[in-house]
Design a protein around this ligand. Structure first.
Ligand SMILES: Cc1cc2nc3c(=O)[nH]c(=O)nc-3n(C[C@H](O)[C@H](O)[C@H](O)COP(=O)(O)OP(=O)(O)OC[C@H]3O[C@@H](n4cnc5c(N)ncnc54)[C@H](O)[C@@H]3O)c2cc1C
Length: 457
């Protein structure tokens, strides 16, 4: 029987740096006898990424290259030029990708599709359990509230993982290409100060297996505790598609509170991606435009307060611990992301997008949809946000979720000798540590100020 497939295809990796559960491999193998594996270092994505994310990306690319037997071609430049030239250089009949739903990714893919001029761009799957745009109300309009979205999401369901590995595709040696953009080496690590998680598919799977074994059942009870290793730490692997959410969901069976709560969080990720798909302006502007009129601080004193927040010198131990965790690990616990965001917006009266930008610069899991909407949630400006008048108390957040003060002592060495929960209010100690700052604001006063500004809208 003759093989009617094309001679070659391109598999273009983007946010799916893995070989397992990879539906684009099946699509490429069905279409062509051999495929060229490609990653394009795109300056428009690399520049705003920050050192931690770039370093993690480079490490993930090295791991992927190893899984592919050294046959990952890395090139640099604008994908709308590089991909069509590569398709020409190997005579590809199709280019296979997982669909990208972010504002830049979608524009880029349309430009690539146009420039491919007849070579088909085949989109198979997405980085989400359910692709953005698929879940709508019965009249076709988007959900703006999480709970009904999550009900529809659960009812819709998701596919089982695709059974692929590196051998699903017959990989072409990049040395065989005839012309086109030249191969570049994966850049060296940028030596970020942060202690990053191990990169690569095996590391992701090991971390996941340990979480399922040790923490999944207690996830609902302990997920708000920054002092415990109780969450999955999958966000960075999901960000780069080192693991697919479908793979995780397949393991999270059952109706116990732990598994149910975990599925809800994966659903939040899909929800925010869907909001960004339907309302791309929400990445940059208040979703609720009423807040365009709220009074925000600016000037020298605002800049100084912002710097104190960034550097973990606000004098509120839980806030400072979290901001230092962000620098130390390029990651922050979810409860503390909410607390520091509320503090920036409602205690310091600064724009949420200042904080969101700082997060995107430092977070190794920095993701436009989850980050911007997480910020808008905390600021009260988002789709389904915490009401603006609900202001987190930075001291009680610490006392409640870090009850023995271990989290603070881990990240704020100036307070390492203060016992128990007293660490959350060092100003009440007989002799407060002289090298730790006094609170930069009075929470009660600033809470009233935030409410007054809100009521003036
Ligand atoms: C202000 C703010 C900014 C945030 N910025 C980001 C970001 O840039 N990138 C990012 O991945 N998450 C972000 N989040 C969501 C959440 O804090 C992280 O996903 C979570 O802390 C990652 O740790 P984990 O993998 O151990 O989470 P787990 O508790 O183990 O959760 C499992 C997975 O569910 C998803 N998830 C959990 N909570 C949320 C949530 N609130 N929104 C969307 N997805 C969620 C993540 O993919 C996570 O990996 C932000 C939240 C807030 C409040």
């Amino acid at each position: 029987m003759s093989d009617e497939r094309d001679a070659t295809a391109i598999v273009w990796f983007r946010r799916d740096l893995r070989v397992h559960d990879q539906p684009i491999f099946d699509a490429a193998a069905a279409r062509a006898r051999r495929s060229l594996a490609v990653f394009v270092l795109d300056p428009r994505l690399l520049e705003p990424s920050g050192k931690a994310r770039r370093t993690f990306l480079y490490r993930s690319l090295r791991d992927l290259d190893e899984s592919l037997g050294g046959r990952l071609l890395v090139v640099k430049g604008d994908p709308a030029e590089a991909i069509p030239k590569l398709a020409g250089a190997v005579g590809a009949g199709s280019v296979h990708v997982a669909a990208d739903f972010g504002p830049y990714g979608r524009e880029r893919d349309e430009a690539v599709e146009k420039a491919l001029d007849g070579v088909e761009l085949v989109r198979t799957g997405s980085p989400y359990a359910v692709a953005p745009g698929r879940i709508t109300k019965s009249d076709g309009s988007p959900y703006k509230v999480y709970t009904p979205f999550s009900r529809a999401w659960t009812q819709h369901g998701w596919r089982a993982p695709a059974e692929t590995d590196a051998s699903t595709v017959d990989w072409m040696d990049p040395g065989e290409k005839d012309g086109g953009p030249r191969a570049v080496k994966v850049p060296d690590d940028e030596s970020p100060d942060a202690d990053l998680p191990a990169a690569g598919e095996q590391a992701a799977r090991d971390q996941w297996a340990a979480f399922v074994d040790e923490h999944l059942d207690d996830y609902d009870d302990l997920r708000n505790r920054p002092d415990r290793p109780a969450t999955s730490r999958m966000s960075v692997y999901l960000k780069y598609g080192v693991v697919h959410p479908r793979t995780l969901l397949a393991d999270v069976g059952g109706s116990g509170t732990g598994p149910t709560s975990y599925r809800n969080e994966i659903c939040f990720r899909d929800f925010y991606a869907a909001v960004l798909w339907f309302f791309p302006r929400s990445a940059r502007e208040n979703f609720d435009t009423k807040f365009d009129r709220i009074t925000l601080d600016s000037g020298k004193s605002a800049d100084e307060k912002f710097r104190a927040w960034q550097e973990g010198r606000t004098g509120f131990p839980a806030i400072d611990a979290a901001m230092r965790q962000l620098r130390g690990e390029a990651w922050m616990h979810n409860r503390m992301r909410m607390a520091v965001a509320s503090f920036l917006v409602k205690d310091l009266h600064l724009p949420w997008w200042w904080g969101a930008r700082h997060f995107m610069e430092l977070l190794v899991d920095g993701d436009l949809a989850s980050n911007q909407h997480g910020w808008q949630w905390a600021a009260g400006t988002g789709t389904d946000a915490a009401p603006y008048f609900r202001v987190f108390n930075p001291v009680t957040q610490g006392e409640r979720f870090d009850p023995q003060g271990d989290y603070v002592r881990r990240w704020v060495p100036e307070l390492a000798d203060v016992d128990g929960k007293k660490v959350h209010q060092p100003w009440k100690l007989g002799e407060p540590p002289s090298d730790y700052p006094a609170p930069i604001v009075d929470h009660k006063t600033e809470r009233q100020e935030a409410l007054a500004r809100f009521n003036a809208l």
